[in-house]
Write a new protein. Structure first.
Length: 265
């Protein structure tokens, strides 16, 4: 729909794969599309989350989560995560250049990147003052996730959110960083690495442009460091998922959302 409105920055180019933005105006348009796509798929606005900051789970509610069985809580979280992933898929579709990639490469990028973008987005839903995340309508500390039986993963994920919050990124910076996490030519199983690389370069250029404009070029280095942490978190998530699927094959097979299975299993 964005393309039809003529917003797509490259729609007029003769070579549809020549994604590299040649002028400042193209970079501005690229950034604007990515920021708009982020805004339209981010579920909650920052101000809305700010207003909900002190809505915490009560003792009883926490206990209800803690007394759920391992597979019940896993299924519950897998459903929440899949909702979030669905919004990331929507976000990806509107990154200029993404839809020009082959179906195979779009899926390969989402398989490895969607969970990472969810974790980047988690920082918007995180309250560093009391280490809680917005989950199921209220703010939850790590103790809420106790029955998942993967405390190390939860601690690492909360740590990551804390570190992301410390960078104090603007919504535009989060949008461009999320796009860069997704469009990564180093991911496995890509058919046309060259094409992905060209899209990646344009997004990189956009992020550099925004950081330069915000006078925060030093953030680039820190963001690349966060990307390395993201990769390790996602392999930990996959490891836990394999552990869970072995112990609870029935839940993993028949009660997990199809998209969760398709992307991560
Ligand atoms: C991330 C940002 C999204 C909204 C959103 C939905 C679900 C949340 C997720 C955020 C953050 C991480 C989260 C998740 C539900 C469960 C998961 C709290 C806020 C925790 C870390 C448990 C992971 C368990 C897996 C191992 C199954 O826009």
């Amino acid at each position: 729909s964005h393309d039809m409105m003529g917003i797509h920055p490259y729609s007029g180019l003769e070579d549809p794969y020549s994604l590299y933005p040649h002028s400042l105006r193209n970079i501005d348009e690229l950034c604007a599309s990515i920021v708009r796509s982020h805004r339209e798929t981010s579920q909650y606005r920052v101000e809305e989350l700010q207003a909900l900051r002190w809505k915490l789970f009560s003792r009883e509610e926490i206990q209800t989560y803690q007394t759920k069985s391992v597979d019940e809580m896993w299924q519950h979280c897998a459903i929440r995560l899949t909702d979030a992933v669905q919004f990331v898929v929507e976000f990806a579709k509107h990154i200029p250049g993404f839809r020009m990639l082959s179906q195979n490469d779009q899926i390969a990028l989402l398989k490895t990147g969607s969970m990472e973008v969810v974790l980047v987005r988690m920082s918007r839903f995180f309250n560093t003052e009391n280490n809680t995340v917005f989950f199921d309508g209220k703010f939850a500390g790590t103790e809420v996730f106790k029955s998942l039986a993967c405390g190390d993963l939860i601690a690492a994920v909360f740590d990551f959110a804390h570190g992301m919050c410390a960078l104090k990124l603007t919504e535009q910076q989060i949008a461009l960083f999320s796009a860069l996490v997704l469009i990564n030519a180093d991911r496995p199983c890509l058919e046309d690495r060259g094409k992905v690389q060209r899209v990646q370069r344009s997004v990189e250029l956009g992020l550099t442009h925004i950081l330069h404009r915000d006078n925060q070029e030093s953030l680039m280095h820190k963001l690349y460091q966060r990307m390395a942490v993201l990769r390790s978190l996602c392999s930990l998530h996959m490891e836990k998922l394999r552990w869970f699927s072995q112990r609870y094959p029935l839940t993993a097979h028949s009660l997990f959302p199809p998209l969760y299975k398709e992307l991560f299993a």
